[in-house]
Unconditional design. Sequence first.
Length: 87
Amino acid sequence: MALRRAADALATEDQASTARVLILSALHGFVALEEIVAPYNLRMGDEGSVTADRLRQQAADLGVLHADVTVLGPARTSKPVVPYGRS
């Protein structure tokens, strides 16, 4: 919940209509806030986790490939994200 509050705070009133909050799932990649996924036991970098290439493709599909990116969470989570974005 703390990360969600921080994300909401970063999406300022001026940016509220364009700010987009996505969850980075080690299994599924980018997940919308309202999407429900089954529990899993996987960390970024584990065998079977989402790859940087898959994240890049998802970002393109979502229209956020060249968006400014702010990653909230542990450093191990941001490593696959930062190469294609800016943080």
